[in-house]
Design a protein around this ligand. Structure first.
Ligand code: FUB
Length: 306
């Protein structure tokens, strides 16, 4: 019924604003958005910040999915996957990424491993963009001990999967070091060893999109973070630094962006701390329209509350 009402709302276009006001999900603290355009709708997957005002760390147990046919009205589809979906994990539902390959939806997510020290990456699968998602492997896709680059236990986080026009799937992830590997066609195994990409300074939240023949690698740099990007002729570069897309937040050091096209426009999703009561561990997802110049570079984004 809710989806039918929304479809009708989209058809009638009775709502005047160009899109929902920011932050777009005002009932919960949400973070680390990734958006997917599929079947005439945008699906936004977010982590949920459950931290209390005095907490000094993230409290994140589940992801939620919202969808919209017009970027104005968002339907809350609930939580199609939680950290506990991965029986081998013990919590920390940090940043995730969702892609469609064939008729399946693959959900790549950061979680804390129950027995291997540090954060790991798992993959879950569903026949629907709204889930439910089930663990596709029964084991982690990436564990911290496989990819030891630093002595930090959170250097295997923030997966982002890019499916190219030829169907090849590319996985980017990491903190401090940007790691890359091809995925096998089954989407649930690495195809060979991972590499560290020479992108510096790199903090986290890598994201890949393509426009025409150009590949755009965006990511968070610095701490507090700002969103930077580089462009190249392939999913692995070589990369040309292009500057900053979005400046750092106030009130929260992370920003975590993702970029999609929908109905002829481009959008960047990100998080800040602008929901009342917001803070470092109580973030809120927002979205802005993104514009390209004639030469393909991205016009820097100003955050809005509109
Ligand atoms: O939400 C937990 C972590 O904060 C994410 O993994 C990072 O990208 C940063 O947003």
């Amino acid at each position: 019924v809710a989806l039918l009402a929304l479809a009708l709302a989209c058809l009638l276009e009775f709502a005047p604003p160009a899109r929902a006001a920011n932050p777009i999900f005002p009932k919960l603290f949400t973070a680390d958005p990734v958006a997917l355009s599929d079947g005439g709708r945008v699906y936004a997957y977010v982590g949920v910040d459950e931290a209390k005002p005095d907490d000094k760390d993230y409290v994140m147990n589940e992801w939620r999915v919202y969808s919209s046919c017009d970027m104005r009205h968002w339907v809350d589809h609930g939580s199609p996957i939680q950290a506990k979906t991965f029986a081998w994990a013990k919590g920390r539902a940090w940043a995730a990424h969702v892609v469609k390959q064939g008729n399946k939806y693959y959900f790549y997510s950061t979680v804390e491993h129950a027995t291997v020290p540090g954060l790991s990456i798992g993959v879950a699968v569903s026949d629907s963009p709204t889930g439910p998602f089930v663990d596709a492997r029964g084991t982690a896709l990436i564990t911290n001990d496989m990819t030891k680059q630093t002595d930090i236990h959170w250097d295997d986080i923030d997966p982002a999967v890019f499916v190219d026009d030829d169907g090849s799937a590319h996985l980017y992830w990491g903190n401090t070091f940007l790691k890359y590997a091809r995925l096998k066609p089954n989407m649930t195994e690495l195809d060979g060893d991972y590499k560290v990409m020479p992108v510096e300074p790199f903090t986290e939240a890598a994201y890949m999109h393509k426009r025409g023949a150009t590949y755009y690698l965006s990511y968070s740099q610095g701490f507090p973070e700002e969103t930077a990007y580089q462009t190249g002729p392939s999913p692995t570069g070589p990369w040309m630094p292009r500057g900053v897309i979005m400046a750092m937040n106030s009130g929260v050091k992370t920003i975590h962006t993702s970029i999609i096209d929908f109905n002829g426009k481009s959008y960047i999703f990100y998080h800040n701390a602008k929901l009342p009561g917001g803070s470092e561990f109580r973030r809120s997802v927002a979205v802005e329209e993104l514009h390209y110049r004639a030469d393909g570079t991205i016009v820097p984004i100003e955050q809005t509350l509109a």
